[in-house]
Design a protein around this ligand. Sequence first.
Ligand code: ATR
Length: 278
Amino acid sequence: MSERYGVFGNPVNHSKSPAIHAAFAAACNQDLAYEAILAPRDGFADCVRVFVAAGGCGANVTVPFKQEACRLATRLTPRARLAGAVNTLSFDSTGWLGDNTDGAGLLRDLTNNLGCTISGTRVLLLGAGGAARGVLGPLLEAAPSRLVIANRTPASAHELAERMTGAGKLGACSYPQLAGESFDLVINATSASLAGEPLALPDGIFAPGSLAYDMMYGQGQTPFLLLAASHGATRLADGLGMLVEQAAEAFHLWRGIRPATAPVMAMLRADRNECGSR
Ligand code: ATR
């Protein structure tokens, strides 16, 4: 019988993870089944326990359960502990191992797929919620010359920077305080576009030749990338690559094989272009 994996979320029916892992499994000749599992908002732990009791080997975790998964895991990888969130669980007789592959996924997309060098460059991270926290450690490890967290609520940016003290050079500020600065890489980790509200970014933050990266993705260009283009950013990337790379990292953790990501990214992009409203 196929070994079982799944993604737990609420909502979860929009998830591309089943298609991504099915493609990885086919390409790597792995006999596994991967399903999307809708967990009740107050019933995540029980839902995962049922899955494990039925033979589940591993799971991805998405909104809104990443912090809860972090609390429930028996053991955490250092990067999951630093992120305070778990997006990948592995189950065995010793318990639940919690990992976080989001930051590694972002870094792989930036460096391997987009040819971006982070070492020695100026990086701006927009947002100070769970998404920002999940990628901060790996971003710092890539040794930018400067890394600034800017947030609508500056206190949260300062809090996040303080958590990471000792991990590297880190600044924190509000959006207006960015005036006069410019960056080589600007990453959107806010959920502002979900509210349909543009970020109030000052002019000039995108250095010539900079890359604007949105951790969100959607049909067509995201609101943040449209805004970045209007501010002069010429290189734009959405989070579809990060989605596939974080999945590949999870697949590697579970199966010990690193799948090729380029064909799966191409498949998702083609699918997105063909199926307007999906
Ligand atoms: P999550 O943990 O899932 O990432 P979150 O903790 O609500 O979600 O964080 C969302 C991030 O998007 C925060 O940085 C939030 O800014 P605040 O800390 O000021 O709330 C940011 N965000 C959400 N809507 C925004 C908007 N309309 N404008 C600017 N920032 C916004």
